[in-house]
Ligand binder design. Structure first.
Ligand SMILES: NC(=O)c1ccc[n+]([C@@H]2O[C@H](COP(=O)([O-])OP(=O)(O)OC[C@H]3O[C@@H](n4cnc5c(N)ncnc54)[C@H](OP(=O)(O)O)[C@@H]3O)[C@@H](O)[C@H]2O)c1
Length: 282
């Protein structure tokens, strides 16, 4: 039995689809979800759907009971994730989970991106738990860009503060395939995988690719970090989120989202999805 948290999210759904595609019987997959109503499609495929909320520790051990392996997909509530993740790890201990694959962040141990702190804390909790585990330190999703370019395309300009920084992004499907390999293959226990795309791009290169593929003029306007944050806030982006976006671009500028590791390529046994492929699917 393989349990998956965040199963109604993008990465969770892709991971379940990949598990089934690669031969795992749906009845051997347990989807842990906050709202079973939103997982009806998984239920219809024969996947076992159980309710599990990271904020409700009492129900978590029962939800994990009997699951040998857990794909622990990090939560999406930034700032609340350390206690939430602690709840999941303690439940895994209580229910005898034998293996956890956790979706962390690229070079979480040294990354200066604000998000890294919660991942570092979770990695430490996993280390202390004594449960055999693998760290899937995922780099940026290509979809972080391709799914959010609407306003930029509307205005013909993409605002950022990443300078000439390069991003080694890959698709969610690539990261899901790597997770499935770790869950179903052998020899991954104790490994720390720095997962990133085979190729990298600057924001200027990214908008050039979008312009080419969409036959439209999209420019990149690089700003300093404070100016970027202020411009986003002025455009109606909530201040907290504007600060996050500026922090992520600062990380890109420093090279925190650039990697030359080929671990993702090796795990999935193929080239990672390119920017051009992702843009073509926009
Ligand atoms: N590497 C990157 O570029 C990148 C980008 C974005 C996010 N991430 C991280 O990777 C994770 C997976 O990415 P994604 O695209 O699949 O994100 P997503 O679509 O937002 O999915 C997040 C999942 O976490 C679940 N979740 C959130 N809070 C929860 C809670 N309190 N209890 C139980 N489940 C909870 C959500 O449940 P509901 O369906 O009920 O909301 C959802 O299933 C994210 O959660 C985030 O930690 C990474």
């Amino acid at each position: 039995m393989i349990a998956i948290t965040g199963a109604t999210g993008n990465l969770g759904r892709l991971s379940i689809a990949e598990l089934i595609r690669r031969g795992t019987d749906p009845s051997d997959i347990r989807a842990l979800v906050r709202d079973p109503e939103s997982a009806r499609d998984l239920d219809a495929q024969g996947v076992t759907v159980v309710r599990a909320d990271y904020d409700e520790p009492d129900g978590l051990p029962e939800a994990l009971k009997g699951a040998e392996k857990l794909l622990f997909i990090s939560g999406s509530e930034i700032g609340r994730r350390v206690p939430q993740h602690r709840n999941v790890i303690e439940a895994a201990q209580a229910s005898g989970t034998e293996f956890i694959a956790y979706t962390s962040l690229l070079r979480a141990d040294t990354s200066r991106i604000g998000l890294a702190a919660e991942h570092r804390a979770t990695e430490a909790l996993l280390a202390d738990s004594g449960i055999p585990h693998t760290l899937l330190r995922n780099g940026w999703y290509l979809e972080n860009y391709t799914e959010n370019l609407g306003p930029s395309l509307h205005h013909g300009v993409h605002l950022g503060s990443a300078g000439e920084g390069r991003v080694s992004a890959a698709s969610r499907a690539d990261y899901a395939a790597a997770a499935v390999e770790v869950l179903t293959g052998s020899g991954h226990e104790g490994e720390v995988y720095e997962l990133a795309g085979d190729r990298s791009f600057t924001y200027a290169e990214m908008v050039a690719e979008v312009s080419r593929a969409r036959k439209t003029a999209l420019a990149y306007r690089d700003m300093d970090s404070d100016g970027h944050r202020a411009a986003l806030a002025e455009a109606g982006v909530p201040e907290d989120f504007a600060a996050l976006l500026a922090d992520w671009d600062a990380g890109v500028k420093r090279g925190d989202l650039f990697a030359e590791d080929d671990a993702l390529h090796r795990l999935i046994g193929r080239d990672t999805t390119s920017l051009a492929e992702a843009v073509a699917r926009m």
